[in-house]
Design a binder for this molecule. Sequence first.
Ligand SMILES: [Ca+2]
Ligand SMILES: [Ca+2]
Length: 403
Amino acid sequence: MKRKVGFILLVMGFTVLSGVSISARETHKSRKEVMKAPIRIIIRFGKEIFTSPRKSQQRSSSRVSVRVKPVSRQEVHRVYRSSSESSVKTKTGSRREVKIASRANLKPTSIVPKDSEMVLIPEGEFLMGSSEKDIDEVMKLCEESRKVAPNIQCDRADYKDEIPQHKVRLDAFYIDKYLVTNRQFMKFVEATGYKTNAEKDRIGLIVRWAGNYEGEIITKEDGSVNWRSPFGRKNEINNLLDHPVVQVGWNDAVAYCQWAGKRLPTEAEWEKAARGTDGRLFPWGNELPDADGKYRANYGKDRGKADGFEYTSPVGSFPLGASPYGVMDMAGNVWEWVADWYDETYYATGPAENPQGPAGGKGRVLRGGSWGNRPESIRTAVRLRSEPNSGISYIGFRCARSY
Ligand SMILES: [Ca+2]
Ligand SMILES: [Ca+2]
């Protein structure tokens, strides 16, 4: 007998959702054996969207190649259950967030750490989102990517949440010039005793390269993977102090920013800080990230290695990739949590002044792409949805502050 199971390990940037058939025979393993065996899944780094487990059964099977090593029915159910719990969490998100913050003794401080330089983004209008012409360009870039990674599918529908391009006016605000680093996050943890989602759940996901723009997700449920061991090696944090913190969920990012006397940027603030006012494709302009053989971002070309960094890179390593305001790593390195709930139709209905995002939703927004992504997925207009709880080795954040 075959059981059809949908489970979700998290998010995106890749597809992590899968409808998987598992035969009953594979469930005949001792619990001990099963607990030892990691779930292994192959994902494609792209502009893939997080959906609920039920939806994933309907739509993801043609989009993902999945390899599952011994998994019991119990284990799948457990993963399924924990993901449903996360969805419940998103519904009551703001109340829980406050609880989490107060539990960890997070009194906001007015002292901004000296090493977290901020940039002032002036008041005014900018072009947010993509035009149909931009999406034509995206399809061309996608076809280029397909030449080295034939499994990629190029579909305009994947980008419809960027449309329509529209004018948005924002008040002035400050945004961190750099992603929040492990060094900074360590100070926060030392000061507050804060524990991240991954530490509390003892579940962490590592992504390793498996092909061009393709990664393998390995799930560790023994507490060995969290922000201190983002790629699952012991004591590795000491070599990564200037790299962006990863393995953090949305709540963890909110808690850090609150402690630092800041907040997460809104989706609109993030996009303006990344592309300026003229609707360009990337922070530096419209050229590809490797134009003239000079690299402007840490992304996924040649299994990540082309730009010199297979996985994360120290923040600010790509000065040529600075945004018009001098903000660094807005394209690539790690996806960044922003404050807003995700709503794919928000651009057609949201306000033209200081949009704060919809009042609720099924996930929070991630922006900017990561070390695993293709050129078209590190554009500044790309919007990704993820469960708030979904830390992984390619998601981090930076903070903002009102002027
Ligand atoms: Ca890279
Ligand atoms: Ca980034």
